[in-house]
Design a binder for this molecule. Structure first.
Ligand code: SF4
Ligand code: F3S
Length: 112
C-alpha cells in the first residue's frame, strides 16, 4: 500500500507535506508534487498535512491510475524535502475540478 498525490495538488503545491515524510519520498514538478509508491512506507502522516486534501491512500477507488502517475513522475523529477511558498494562485485554484487536464505540467521542479 502507498499514499499518492492527486489532482488537487496541481496549481496549488502547498508543500506542507514534504517536511513530515520520514523517508523523503516526495518529488517536485513545476506545479505539483508526487510520491514514489515504491518508497512510501504507508505511515499516513502526510495526509492530514495537505491543505488541499490532495494526498490519498491507494486503497480508495480508482487510484491505480494515480499510483502509476506518481511512479512515473517520481522517477523523472527531483526530490523535495524543504517546504516552499505555495504557488501564487493556490488559494484561487484549490478545489477546482479537471486540474490535470487544465494545468498539469511535466516540467521538473527545482527540488531541494
Ligand atoms: Fe511519506 Fe508517510 Fe506520506 Fe508515505 S505516507 S509519503 S512515507 S509521509
Ligand atoms: Fe500538494 Fe498538498 Fe503537498 S497541495 S504539495 S500534496 S501539501
Amino acid at each position: 500500500m502507498t499514499y499518492v498525490v492527486t489532482d488537487n495538488c496541481i496549481a496549488c503545491k502547498y508543500t506542507d507535506c514534504v517536511e513530515v515524510c520520514p523517508v523523503d519520498c516526495f518529488y517536485e514538478g513545476e506545479n505539483m508534487l508526487v510520491i514514489h509508491p515504491d518508497e512510501c512506507i504507508d505511515c499516513g502522516v502526510c495526509e492530514p498535512e495537505c491543505p488541499a486534501d490532495a494526498i490519498r491512500p491507494d486503497t480508495e477507488p480508482d487510484m491505480d491510475e494515480w499510483v502509476e502517475f506518481n511512479r512515473k513522475y517520481a522517477e523523472l523529477w527531483p526530490c523535495i524535502i524543504t517546504r516552499k511558498d505555495p504557488l501564487a494562485d493556490a488559494e484561487a485554484k484549490d478545489g477546482e475540478t479537471g486540474k490535470r487536464e487544465k494545468y498539469f505540467s511535466d516540467t521538473p521542479g527545482e527540488g531541494g
